[in-house]
Write a protein that binds this ligand. Structure first.
Ligand SMILES: Nc1ncnc2c1ncn2[C@@H]1O[C@H](COP(=O)(O)OP(=O)(O)OP(=O)(O)O)[C@@H](O)[C@H]1O
Ligand code: NI
Length: 302
């Protein structure tokens, strides 16, 4: 709710995520990616409404009580690399102290073993050991990002939500962070990578979900998405073609106001394929939600 108005920030989202898998969630600013992550962790504002089901290792997250969320879910079942790390770090404690505290809370390690585990987590996130005695306000954006990633990695949670984990990092560090997150999946856990950075998604994702105006409009294998035959939804095609290394052509127009969505396909006003059919909401079928999607890849016979 905003100004007494109902905003449908995320609608009809449905996906599964296996252990060992990385799903990248991509889409323009404001399309509902972070709201989805917050919903899974019970971190939405009190006036937000959620419905449906989200189960991680047998635990229902949506509607879980605060005690379950605090003791079982956050950090343990579901780790979070928050989009605004500065807001999630405690301002009055050093990064090292916060890491050790997280290690103690999530792993039970104590004393030198806890310090060692904290230093190891910092290393995984490329947070420099000689900065562990710094306070959050003494960190650059990129260092705060790395501190938050280190803290999120400590719990080895079965599901890790990484919300824009590479913001403020230069390309080598982006790659390092992406690879470290991939390792989390390779060790048998699941990773939801929320990102604007399609190169990072291409580097580590097994599947890609494209979100537009609160809905998933395409959900497909990463190699088909980035390679051949490419995305099938016109918005997803536009998103890729906007990349400098591709056609560098932005999608015309702006995303719609989520409080004032059209009845049919929300992308229709920006879509060169839109026609009468698009006044009806397209459902996600066979991995895409579009009345005029590219044909699915056919099995070639020789
Ligand atoms: N408390 C709220 N009340 C009303 N609307 C909200 C609230 N919080 C978020 N929204 C709306 O939900 C939409 C989705 O926001 P969200 O932060 O999930 O986008 P995002 O996809 O993560 O974008 P970005 O890439 O910029 O992080 C936004 O358009 C925002 O206006
Ligand atoms: Ni976001």
């Amino acid at each position: 709710m905003r100004d007494g108005r109902h905003v449908a920030a995320v609608s009809d989202v449905s996906f599964d995520l296996a252990a060992g898998e990385c799903l990248a969630l991509v889409g323009e600013s404001g399309c509902g990616k972070s709201v989805l992550a917050s919903a899974l962790l019970g971190l939405l504002p009190a006036n937000a409404q959620t419905s449906g089901s989200a189960v991680v290792v047998g635990v229902e997250l949506l509607g879980a009580d605060e005690r379950t969320l605090a003791r079982t879910v956050r950090g343990r079942l579901v780790g979070l690399v928050p989009q605004s790390p500065a807001a999630h770090l405690t301002p009055v404690r050093t990064v090292g102290a916060q890491l050790v505290e997280t290690v103690r809370a999530l792993t039970g390690l104590r004393g030198p073993a806890a310090s060692e585990a904290a230093t190891a987590a910092a290393g995984r996130a490329a947070f420099p050991a000689d900065h562990l005695d710094r306070y959050p306000h003494e960190l650059s954006g990129g260092l705060a990002q790395r501190a938050a990633t280190a803290i999120a990695l400590v719990g080895d949670a079965p599901l890790l939500l990484a919300d824009e984990p590479t913001t403020g990092l230069d390309r080598p560090l982006v790659d390092h962070t992406a690879d470290e997150l991939r390792r989390h999946a390779d060790e048998g856990r699941a990773l939801l990578l929320i990102t604007h950075d399609l190169a990072a998604a291409e580097r580590i994702a097994d599947r890609v979900a494209v979100m537009y105006a609160g809905r998933i409009v395409e959900l497909t294998a990463a190699d088909a998405f980035f390679g051949d035959p490419g995305p099938r939804h016109p918005y997803a095609r536009g998103l890729l073609n906007a990349l400098p290394e591709r056609e560098f052509t932005p999608i015309p127009g702006l995303p719609p106001e989520l409080g004032d969505l059209p009845g049919g396909c929300a992308f229709a006003p920006r879509c060169d394929r839109a026609d009468e059919a698009c006044t009806t909401l397209p459902r996600l079928t066979d991995g895409t939600a579009c009345h005029h999607a590219e044909e699915p890849q056919r099995v070639r016979t020789v």
